[in-house]
Design a protein around this ligand. Structure first.
Ligand code: IMP
Ligand code: MG
Length: 181
């Protein structure tokens, strides 16, 4: 048995629900971006599992690219001060960008990223996130595609980590409080 499972207090979104929702998002995005050849911009590291599933749920031509950012702050809170650790390889001028995220919490990381990307002159920028915690939002962000809204609890799995662990769990779970302390 997977030893990481011992740290999970409860399963919030089981694997089959994640897979069904990703399939729906894939259909929706394929319809919306027909003929536009969008670039799916995966925000590392958390977005990698979702991107891998989402790209295979698309039936349209598209590219993928990656950015790695680190947000200063504590292990469970972001500050909005973002450092770019890896930039895009693609010239995004006049291209349609779809940002693929694991979770939007305060929205600080994404709001910084949007500012940084807008000046590069893309044709459009939209956001797709598998999870959103609307109760925590500190900045006003328009998010076009949301997989699930989750309550204000620290969640792990499906790419999301705590201290670089639990990313490989195939469901979204809540950590046991004793793991934090
Ligand atoms: P934001 O800037 O507050 O929106 O936070 C964005 C980043 O914080 C996400 O991309 C995650 O890496 C991390 N994060 C926020 N909430 C959680 C959570 O509940 N579990 C794991 N990571 C989280
Ligand atoms: Mg993280």
């Amino acid at each position: 048995m997977n030893r990481l499972l011992q740290d999970v207090a409860k399963v919030l979104i089981p694997q089959r629900e994640l897979q069904a929702r990703v399939a729906e998002l894939g259909q929706e995005i394929s319809a919306d971006y027909e003929g536009l050849n969008p670039i799916l911009l995966c925000v590392l590291k958390g977005g990698y599992v979702f991107l891998a599933d989402l790209t295979r749920a698309l039936t349209i031509e598209h590219g993928v690219d990656f950015m790695a950012v680190s947000s200063y702050g504590s292990a469970t809170e972001s500050s909005g001060v973002v450092r770019i650790l890896k930039d895009l390889d693609t010239d995004i001028t006049d291209r349609h960008l779809l940002i693929v995220e694991d979770i939007i919490d305060t929205g600080n990381t994404l709001s910084y990223l949007l500012e940084n990307l807008r000046v590069r002159g893309p044709a459009s920028i939209k956001i797709c996130t598998i999870l959103s915690k609307p109760s925590r939002r500190e900045v006003d962000l328009q998010v076009e595609y949301v997989g699930f809204e989750v309550p204000n609890e620290f969640v792990i799995g499906y790419g999301l980590d705590y201290g670089e662990r639990y990313r490989n769990l195939d469901f979204i779970g809540v950590l046991k409080p004793e793991v934090y302390s």
